[in-house]
Design a protein. Structure first.
Length: 126
């Protein structure tokens, strides 16, 4: 059990730092994200929406309780990161452009898999 807890916290902290850093940069449209999103063909306002949701998702993931909302946060991270990776590949950018999204996608899945029982949704009434 201790091994699972270590895996959970290492992946969750990595995920939280990555999502928070990206979320802040996207919410305020700084750090080169404008160029990235423009090259992918998306409107710039999408950055603000994604950034705010990522910041809120990190808060939910780190707080105790709220298992149903945690499921939504993990799902949001999964869709955002898989969508980002697929977008880079579909516009035929180099694989290295999709790699950060793919890493965060894998970390999202690992954090979700190894989350402790008190952070899991046990029934719809939780």
């Amino acid at each position: 059990m201790k091994r699972n807890a270590v895996i959970y916290w290492v992946t969750t902290i990595f995920l939280s730092i990555g999502m928070l850093a990206g979320g802040i940069q996207q919410a305020f449209q700084i750090g080169g994200y404008n160029e990235i999103v423009t090259k992918l063909g998306y409107p710039l306002y999408l950055l603000t929406i994604l950034g705010v949701w990522k910041i809120l998702g990190v808060i939910v993931i780190l707080l105790p309780k709220l298992p149903l909302v945690k499921e939504w946060a993990y799902a949001g991270f999964f869709f955002a990161m898989s969508g980002a990776a697929i977008s880079h590949l579909l516009v035929e950018q180099p694989f290295t452009e999709a790699l950060p999204s793919m890493i965060l996608l894998m970390v999202t899945v690992l954090s979700w898999i190894f989350r402790p029982a008190d952070r899991k949704l046990t029934s719809i009434n939780s």
